[in-house]
Design a protein around this ligand. Structure first.
Ligand code: ADP
Ligand code: GLC
Length: 493
C-alpha cells in the first residue's frame, strides 16, 4: 500500500449543503470517487459553508464551536459535521457567526451581497483553523475557485505566522475564470494578508485586489476542468484578464477533465424518474417522455422531437441567443418540435424566456427557478439537450444527457468540445449565431425522423464512459507529485 495521503478539499458549494452550479456536483462526486477508488490511501475531507438549514440535513450535527480572530474581528465559529450522501467522506460546514445563514449564497436578485469579501475572508480564516480544532492534519490543501483561493496565500500566515512557512502543499482548481472575487483596494484589510501582497505579482489587479489571482500566484499547482479550457484561458479573451498570470504558471497548470457522479445520474436507478430505463430498454424512455409532455401540456399528435434545456440563464450559457433562434424558427415554420426549459439566473433573460413561452403556447414550456428533480426528468425524457454556451470550462449536463440517451447539441468550446464527438455522440453548432443554432436544430430534427440513425447515435452516446471512476487517477497522481516535489516560492517575503 502507498503512503496514505490526506487532502482538505475547500469548496463554497457541495451537494447536499448548497448548490448554484456544477461546482457543487463536482465537489461531492470527486472526493466520493477518490475515497471509493483509493480507500485508506486517501483521507479526503471537505470544508464548506454553514449554509442556511445545514443543521437540518440528515446526519449533520454540531461538532465544535471555537472563537478565532478574523480580519473583521473576533468571531464565534460553528463547525457542523456530516457526510456526503454516498460514501463516507466527512463534510465540515463552517459557519462564522451566521454569515452564510442567508437566502442565497452569493447575492440576491442579480446583485452580490455587499459584504462578500468580509464573509468569504472570515470563512477562509476559519477553514484554515479547522484542522487544528478537529485534529486533522492534511498534506494537501485543495482550494476551488475564487471563494477559497484566499486560503492559499493566507495559509502560512494563519497556520505558522511566526515562520511564514507553508505547512501543506496547495492546489487551486479553477472551474470558471469569469468569477474572480475582485474588490476595491480600500477593502484590503479584510483579507488579513500583509500589505506586501498588494503588488502586481501578488493580488493586485488593475488597481483592485483579486482573490483568484492570489490563488494563481501562490498555489503549488493549478488545475482547470478540461484540457481545451486550459488552452483557451492561456490567452484573451478566454482568460478574462488573467491569461498572463496563468501563462506565468504554465508549467504547473493542468487541464483535467471533470467526470460525472455515475450513481446520482444513472437512468436505471434515478430516484427522480417515475419510469427508469437502460441502454437495452431505451424504449421506456418514450413512456417517460409521454408523461412529461402530458404534465406540461405538450400534447402533440404527430411524433415530434422534444428539446430540453437545463441551465443557468446567463450570457455564458447562450440563453439569449437560443431564445432568438427559437423565435426565428417559429416564425419560419411554426416550430416543428416541442421545448421544455428549466433555468434561473439573469432576470432579463428569465423574462425573455417567459415571453417566448407566451408566443408559442403548447410548444414551449418554461420553468424558471431551481429544481433538482425536474432537471433529472428533463435531461432523461428529452430527445435532445441544447447547450449553446459562449464558453464552457467543462459542463456537466452534456455528459448527463449522453448517459440518458439524450443527444447533446453544443457549441464546441472548452469541455463541450472534449466530451461530445460531433455527428457520433452529439452535434456541434457550426457557429454560435442564430443561423448556426438554427442549422444545428434542423440537423437534429432530421436525425429524429431517421429512426435507425437516431437509435445508433443514442446507443453510442449511452456507451460513453464519463464517470469519475476513470478520472480520479489523474488527481491521485497530481496529489502524489505535489507531495514529493519541493515547495514553490509561494510566499511574499
Ligand atoms: P455551470 O456550473 O456552469 O452552471 P454545469 O453544466 O457544470 O454548468 O453544471 C450545472 C449543474 O446545475 C448541473 O447539475 C445542472 O443539472 C444543474 N442546473 C442548472 N440549472 C438548474 C436548474 N434551474 N434547476 C436544477 N438544476 C440546474
Ligand atoms: C463551472 C463551469 C462549468 C463546470 C463546473 C464544474 O461552473 O461553468 O463549465 O462544469 O464549474 O467544474
Amino acid at each position: 500500500m502507498k503512503r496514505p495521503l490526506s487532502v482538505f478539499f475547500l469548496t463554497s458549494e457541495v451537494l447536499p449543503v448548497v448548490k448554484t452550479g456544477g461546482l457543487a456536483d463536482v465537489s461531492a462526486a470527486l472526493p466520493a470517487a477518490l475515497s471509493e477508488e483509493f480507500g485508506d490511501e486517501i483521507d479526503i475531507r471537505i470544508g464548506t459553508v454553514g449554509f442556511k438549514g445545514v443543521e437540518r440535513l440528515p446526519g449533520f450535527r454540531l461538532l465544535k464551536t471555537f472563537i478565532t480572530r478574523t480580519p473583521a474581528g473576533a468571531m464565534t465559529i460553528r463547525i457542523l459535521e456530516g457526510r456526503l450522501s454516498k460514501g463516507n467522506v466527512p463534510v465540515y460546514a463552517v459557519d462564522p457567526e451566521g454569515m452564510f445563514n442567508r437566502e442565497e449564497l452569493y447575492g440576491e436578485n442579480g446583485t452580490e451581497y455587499p459584504d462578500n469579501l468580509e464573509r468569504f475572508s472570515a470563512w477562509n480564516h476559519a477553514l484554515l483553523h479547522l484542522p487544528a480544532v478537529v485534529g486533522f492534519f492534511p498534506d494537501i490543501l485543495h482550494a476551488n475557485d475564487w471563494q477559497t483561493a484566499l486560503s492559499i496565500p493566507l495559509l502560512p500566515h494563519v497556520i505558522r505566522p511566526s515562520l511564514a512557512v507553508t505547512p501543506m502543499k496547495t492546489l487551486l482548481s479553477i472551474h470558471n475564470l469569469a468569477f474572480q472575487g475582485v474588490y476595491p483596494l480600500d477593502q484590503w484589510h479584510l483579507t488579513g494578508l500583509p500589505s506586501s501582497y498588494n503588488r502586481f505579482d501578488g493580488l493586485e489587479y488593475h488597481g483592485r485586489l483579486s482573490l483568484l489571482k492570489g490563488g494563481i500566484q501562490f498555489a503549488d499547482c493549478i488545475t482547470t476542468v478540461s484540457p481545451s479550457y486550459r488552452e483557451e484561458v492561456l490567452s484573451e479573451p478566454g482568460g478574462f484578464g488573467l491569461s498572463g498570470a496563468l501563462r506565468h504558471r504554465r508549467e504547473s497548470f493542468y487541464g483535467l477533465l471533470n467526470g460525472i457522479d455515475a450513481h446520482e445520474w444513472n437512468p436505471e436507478t434515478d430516484q427522480y424518474l417515475p419510469i427508469q430505463f437502460s441502454r437495452a430498454k431505451i424504449g421506456k424512455k418514450s413512456a417517460l417522455q409521454k408523461k412529461l409532455r402530458q404534465e406540461w401540456g405538450l400534447n402533440s399528435r404527430a411524433p415530434k422531437p422534444l428539446f430540453g434545456v437545463v441551465s443557468r440563464m446567463t450570457h455564458q450559457k447562450g440563453a439569449g441567443l437560443l431564445a432568438e433562434a427559437i423565435y426565428s424558427m417559429g416564425l419560419e415554420d411554426d416550430l416543428r418540435e416541442d421545448w421544455v426549459i428549466l433555468g434561473s439566473g439573469d432576470p432579463s433573460l428569465e423574462d425573455l424566456w417567459e415571453r417566448i413561452q407566451r408566443i408559442f403556447p403548447g410548444r414551449i414550456r418554461v420553468k424558471t427557478g431551481y429544481d433538482e428533480p425536474l432537471a433529472h426528468r428533463i435531461i432523461a425524457a428529452s430527445d435532445f439537450l441544447v447547450i449553446p454556451s459562449v464558453y464552457e470550462p467543462c459542463g456537466l449536463t452534456q455528459m448527463y444527457a449522453m448517459r440518458y440517451g439524450t443527444i447533446p447539441l453544443v457549441n464546441p468550446t472548452g469541455g463541450l468540445r472534449d466530451t461530445v464527438e460531433s455527428e457520433k455522440t452529439g452535434f456541434w453548432f457550426e457557429e454560435l449565431t442564430i443561423a448556426g443554432i438554427k442549422k444545428g436544430l434542423k440537423k437534429a430534427r432530421a436525425l429524429y425522423h431517421d429512426q435507425e440513425g437516431f437509435d445508433s447515435m443514442r446507443q453510442r452516446a449511452m456507451a460513453v464512459e464519463s464517470s469519475w471512476k476513470n478520472r480520479t487517477r489523474e488527481y491521485e497522481n497530481l496529489y502524489r507529485t505535489l507531495l514529493s516535489s519541493p515547495h514553490g516560492t509561494n510566499t511574499v517575503p
